[in-house]
Design a protein around this ligand. Structure first.
Ligand code: ZN
Length: 271
């Protein structure tokens, strides 16, 4: 992304998102979460006419903010269902387990304890724990070996560990149709995998990004159809951005603004 620099890091840290979404879902903040973005939480609640009764969080890996600005048409399915965009700076090091641990705990890496590319069980309090304590029925859909599957593996929620993103899509669609869950998190990691090998803007990489959002479109359409009559929240939340290395491969983990700057998207629907 040499010709498309992000000059400034986004001012608001990802550490503020967990408490914000906790308020929107009507659960307590995770214990170590930094303070919520109250105006955003209030607006989402206002748009729903109350706290969310159902929620779908979609997590495509490594979707940098600059990808939105350079390829806005790819994001039209995102805007269809989650039109409110919010910039965040993710945390350092900008790698998957560290960033998802922050996204769900609201805590900085020094506090939540995952400070490098490792995938231990996350031991601090998280949004998942607050949802479970409230009695919400929670599903987490992610492929085997990925951070989202591993760092929450001990939680007493229904974990669906899949073969790949296509399998995650099919499982998540089936779960929505069954309507057994109040909350579903879905992780897709294949844009990240391909761009590491081929570069952030290689045809194969961008085709995978487009596929991710096509699958999100179908999941969100299904959710919005089935959840009519319930206040519901649909989000698209990536973990970190991405940049190209001199060898043409994609990478992240640094404090380049290309790695830190992300946009998260929210759609809030009344009953
Ligand atoms: Zn990642």
């Amino acid at each position: 992304m040499g010709d498309f620099p992000d000059r400034f890091p986004n001012p608001v840290s990802l550490t503020h998102e967990a408490a914000t979404l906790a308020r929107v879902i009507g659960v307590d903040s995770p214990r170590d979460a930094e303070e919520p973005l109250s105006p955003l939480a209030d607006l989402l609640i206002e748009q729903m006419g109350g706290i969310a009764e159902r929620s779908l969080f979609f997590h495509p890996d490594a979707v940098a903010e600059w990808l939105f600005r350079k390829y806005p048409d790819y994001f039209l399915p995102v805007l269809r269902h989650a039109p409110m965009a919010r910039p965040y700076a993710t945390v350092m090091p900008s790698v998957t387990p560290v960033c998802f641990a922050t996204m769900y705990s609201g805590a900085a890496p020094a506090v939540h304890g995952i400070r490098e590319y490792r995938k231990p069980i996350l031991t601090v309090d998280t949004l998942f724990d607050r949802m479970l304590e409230k009695g919400l029925r929670v599903a987490n859909v992610a492929s085997a070996g990925c951070s989202m599957a591993m760092i929450f593996a001990d939680r007493k929620m229904d974990a669906f560990v899949t073969e790949d993103d296509a399998d995650s899509f099919r499982v998540a669609l089936a779960l929505l149709e069954e309507d057994r869950y109040d909350h579903i998190s879905v992780y897709f990691g294949e844009y990240d995998s391909i761009m590491h090998a081929r570069g952030t803007e290689a045809c194969e990489s961008l085709a995978k990004l487009e596929e991710h959002f096509r699958h999100f479109d179908l999941l969100a359409r299904k959710a919005r159809t089935l959840w009519q009559g319930k206040r519901h929240l649909i989000t698209v939340q990536t973990d970190h951005g991405v940049h190209d290395q001199a060898d043409g491969r994609g990478a992240h983990g640094t404090d380049l603004t290309a790695d830190l700057n992300v946009l998260h998207f929210y759609g809030a629907y009344p009953n």
